[in-house]
Write a protein that binds this ligand. Structure first.
Ligand code: NI
Length: 190
């Protein structure tokens, strides 16, 4: 297990489309997953895609803490445990788009307001080669769309509709406070 360097925006390896993997998955893939887990834990992120450590394979890892999951009506907010998706495919289940703040380990120090489908279905293979078929909403859906974009060589700023909302982390809180104020004053927002 090794902590690997996470590539940053501008590195051409982040632009390469990832190759599909074919089960059964052997030691090379287990090792990759171990390295990705260690690398993600070391920096405290929510998700990581193999291309971010320079491996152009269709594999992502993510974990959604409970406090980041939206409450479903009548449901309980549960986190999504550490999940591996191999060869993931996303299908939007509605045309509804939500704006939300995203960051990326390959774009350190910045946050952006990114439109994403609010309700998706994703299908993938697990590390054991078994089928994964999940419906996701809200932050869970956002994380999966963000990570799967890495497999296409796409970083979140390219998904943004308005680059005025790409900003340094230190500015986001002040920006949001100002936004709430302007809503209270019934001034135009976003
Ligand atoms: Ni990312």
């Amino acid at each position: 297990m090794a902590i690997r360097e996470i590539l940053k925006m501008g590195n051409p390896l982040l632009r390469e489309p990832a190759a599909l993997l074919h089960p059964p998955f052997g030691d090379e893939i287990y090792q990759l997953v171990e390295d990705m887990r260690a690398s993600l834990k070391a920096v405290g992120g929510v998700g990581l895609a193999a291309p971010q450590i320079g491996v152009p394979k269709s594999l992502v890892l993510f974990e959604v803490p409970a406090d980041r999951v939206e409450m479903e009506e009548g449901g309980v907010a549960e986190g999504i445990p550490s999940t591996i998706l191999i060869n993931p495919r996303i299908e939007p289940l509605s045309d509804e788009i939500e704006l939300g703040w995203e960051g990326c380990l390959s774009v350190p120090g910045l946050r952006g307001l990114v439109p994403r489908y609010s309700h998706i279905r994703y299908r993938a293979l697990g590390l054991d080669g078994g089928a994964i078929d999940v419906e996701a909403r809200g932050f869970h859906a956002r994380v999966v769309q963000h990570e799967c974009d890495h497999l296409l060589g796409i970083l979140y700023p390219e998904r943004m509709a308005d680059l005025r909302y790409l900003m340094y982390e230190s500015e986001v809180q002040a920006f949001m406070a100002g936004l709430r104020e302007s809503v209270a004053d019934k001034e135009a927002v976003i």
